[in-house]
Design a protein around this ligand. Structure first.
Ligand code: SAM
Ligand code: SF4
Length: 462
């Protein structure tokens, strides 16, 4: 009997990369549940093994091939005991490499791009009989499938919700427009229905996801294209949904409604992840970012005027082709000027098929040295931001027990972890915490009361 003929079938999904892949993996598991697959925690006990891959930086594909090598042994051992195992590669490596995957790794039965997950039950059934490669861009179909109620996942208090996929910006370093396709937005009614389902499950915080989330232009109930700001005003009305966030944004799409949402909505957390990538206008132009350093700084000022105390997070790439020491110094300066609460930083990684991949590359030791300097600067900015929160009282959504007995951990409005000594019964609820101390990445405090609609999310003094 083959693995896909079992009455009770099992699937193991391993997720690489971004939050959108985390969300996609959940929905893949949901789609497969409809054809009798139960999720398991180890590849050894699975009839179907799916790797949900990421292609954003170097070696992602190589990592996948070496993982497939390990899975081949599992498949062979299962075959010796008469059990057939199907191996599938999903996500952006699948989209980018397509047929090449089965040429290089014939043990792979199924290659499925990020926009065909709704068809997984049928594709897996076909893959059990012969190899299947499916890399169509069918985003409308994918969004429509998201309307089917997802499996209820009890015990979680914060969840992701995809509202937008793909990108039309074509930054010179980035594979997203090629692996996720053109920018496309989900209809408002479908997003709101999913948000209401999550709230009914007990989820208190929802993070709206998109590769370029503030380019959102989904169809509203009135037939008009709604902006992300308008969508946030709408979602903030849902009872029980106390906190909203969104990620990741592009500076060019920070429009006035979105800034007004930060000004007017208590539920919209005072946190903005707005990647700049470089502080040098020369490099920004070479990256095709279509904004200058000054444009970016002006947007940050506007957002902070609308919502004082806002936490800004960023992304940086060091060693983009043509980056000189003076360009890099501009990047260091912008870290200080913005005062980031946190930031991700990466060495430039040439992505096949993108414009910058063919340009003269910055030598690896130079990139490594710049990355270390940038990360030290970001760590200092983050420490200063956290230190500036001590003495404030802020609402914290408690999510899990801490490492030490009697400790629980939650998230501040600025997304930083907050640790307190308190009863585990508080997990899943929002409480007011007086912030008393700062650790390397987290804040410490004590619970001083319940969250209440009559008090602001953050107060300057305890
Ligand atoms: N849409 C967002 C924006 O416009 O900034 C970024 C989304 S991208 C999926 C996530 C991050 O990966 C980028 O902000 C960038 O810093 C990093 N990244 C993308 N391509 C990269 C590359 N080729 N090399 C290094 N880092 C890269
Ligand atoms: Fe990639 Fe973001 Fe640029 Fe789009 S806007 S191409 S997702 S970096």
């Amino acid at each position: 009997m083959s693995g896909t003929d079992h009455e009770l079938k099992t699937v193991f999904v391993k997720t690489y990369g971004c939050q959108m892949n985390v969300y996609d993996s959940e929905r893949m598991t949901d789609a497969l549940a409809t054809s009798g697959y139960a999720a398991v925690d180890s590849p050894e006990s699975a009839d179907l093994i799916l790797l949900n891959t990421c292609h954003i930086r170097e070696k992602a594909a190589e990592k996948v091939y070496s993982e497939v090598g390990r899975l081949r042994r599992i498949k062979e051992e299962a075959a010796e005991s008469g059990r057939a195992v199907v191996i599938g590669i999903a996500g952006c490596v699948a989209q980018a490499e397509g047929e090449e995957i089965v040429r290089r790794a014939p043990v792979v039965d199924l290659v499925v791009g990020p926009q065909s997950y709704q068809r997984l039950p049928e594709l897996v059934a076909r893959a059990a009989r012969g190899r299947v490669v499916e890399t169509e861009f069918a985003v409308a179909e994918k969004f429509a499938a998201l309307d089917r109620p997802a499996a209820s996942r009890t015990g979680r208090h914060a969840a992701f919700l995809t509202v937008q996929e793909g990108c039309d910006k074509f930054c010179a370093f980035c594979v997203v427009p090629y692996t996720r396709g053109a920018e496309s937005s989900r209809p408002v009614a479908s997003i709101a229905a999913e948000a209401r389902r999550l709230a009914a499950e007990g989820v208190r915080e929802v993070t709206l996801l998109g590769q370029n989330v503030n380019a959102f232009h989904g169809e509203g109930p009135d037939g008009d294209a709604w902006t992300l700001g308008r969508l946030l005003f709408h979602l903030a009305e849902i009872p029980g949904l106390d906190r909203l966030r969104y990620t990741t944004s592009h500076p060019r799409d920070m429009d006035d409604t979105l800034i007004a949402a930060h000004r007017d909505l208590d539920a919209l957390m005072p946190y903005l992840h707005l990647p700049v990538q470089s502080g040098s206008d020369r490099v920004l132009a070479a990256m095709n970012r279509k904004h200058t350093r000054d444009d970016y700084l002006r947007i940050i000022d506007k957002v902070r005027d609308a919502r004082p105390g806002m936490a800004i997070a960023g992304d940086f790439i060091v060693g983009f082709p043509g980056e000189e020491e003076t360009d890099f110094e501009d990047t260091l300066r912008i870290v200080d000027e913005v005062g980031y609460a946190s930031a991700f930083s990466f060495k430039y990684s040439p992505r096949p098929g993108t414009p910058a991949a063919g340009r003269d590359q910055v030598p690896e030791p130079v990139m490594a040295e710049r990355l270390a300097r940038l990360q030290a600067r970001i760590a200092a900015a983050q420490a200063a931001f956290n230190a500036s929160r001590v003495g404030m009282t802020a609402e914290v959504l408690f999510e899990r027990p801490g490492r030490h007995p009697g400790q629980i951990v939650g998230r501040s409005p600025w997304l930083s972890p907050v640790q307190v000594s308190a009863d585990a019964a508080l997990i899943g609820s929002i409480a007011r915490v007086a912030l008393t101390d700062v650790g390397s990445n987290s804040l410490f405090g004590r619970v001083v009361g319940k969250a209440g609609a009559d008090r602001p999310v953050v107060e300057a003094t305890a």
